[in-house]
Design a protein around this ligand. Sequence first.
Ligand SMILES: Nc1ncnc2c1ncn2[C@@H]1O[C@H](COP(=O)(O)OP(=O)(O)O)[C@@H](O)[C@H]1O
Ligand SMILES: [Mg+2]
Length: 237
Amino acid sequence: MLEVDRINSFYGDSHVLFDVSMKVRAHEVVALLGRNGAGKTTTLKTIAGVIRPRSGTIHFAGEPIHRLASHAIARLGLQLVPEERRIFATLTAEENLRLAALTVPDPWPVERIFDTFPRLAERRRARGGHLSGGEQQMLAIARALIRSPKLILLDEPFEGLAPVIVEDLLSLCQRLAEAGPTIVIVEQNVRAALSLAQRVYILNNGHNVFEGTPRSLHDNPEVMSRYIGVGAEEEAI
Ligand SMILES: Nc1ncnc2c1ncn2[C@@H]1O[C@H](COP(=O)(O)OP(=O)(O)O)[C@@H](O)[C@H]1O
Ligand SMILES: [Mg+2]
């Protein structure tokens, strides 16, 4: 589904990603972890075409995308849900969804979105600015989903949300993954991310430092503490 091969990304002269590689198979949930500043957001932005890699290749569903503009990549079925949710505050939840659906040939029917996100159905007439943090995050994910993507990149979807909301969103993401799209999730909430993911990549200072299953990560507590700062007491899931 996605094959990132030794990409190098820069902000101006500042070299941020060093030969970063990752592979994501169809219908898989992959977690991308690492400390603040490790290069996770930059990796997602490079995949989505927001940043152009200076070298390396990215293939999506067999096609090279590393030279395409972000809108062209989106049209191929790859959706980035950025950290900043960019909900239109003065539009209702439903209007936010319908707007996102406008420019794709085969969007999900809005009612199917509401079946998947019952909480949003209740809030369909509420303005974006009046939604809670959790509801806004749900709307941000729903807005990506309505464009019927093959791959969704989630950048810290649980950030700043209360634990009970995270639990809700987690089960939603679980259902989402079962419903079809492949998911790459970046999270500081390691426990949440590992409960969703089948495979894990860890970045450190812009370098790949670990690739494996959540189980193999648990069997490597020194990797956990060195690269994500999770102590022994926290790692039992
Ligand atoms: N717009 C930017 N301009 C310059 N440097 C940036 C920019 N965004 C991020 N960086 C730097 O790139 C590195 C990786 O950042 P980022 O990808 O946001 O990490 P993460 O998402 O893992 O916290 C950090 O050193 C960060 O300071
Ligand atoms: Mg980030």
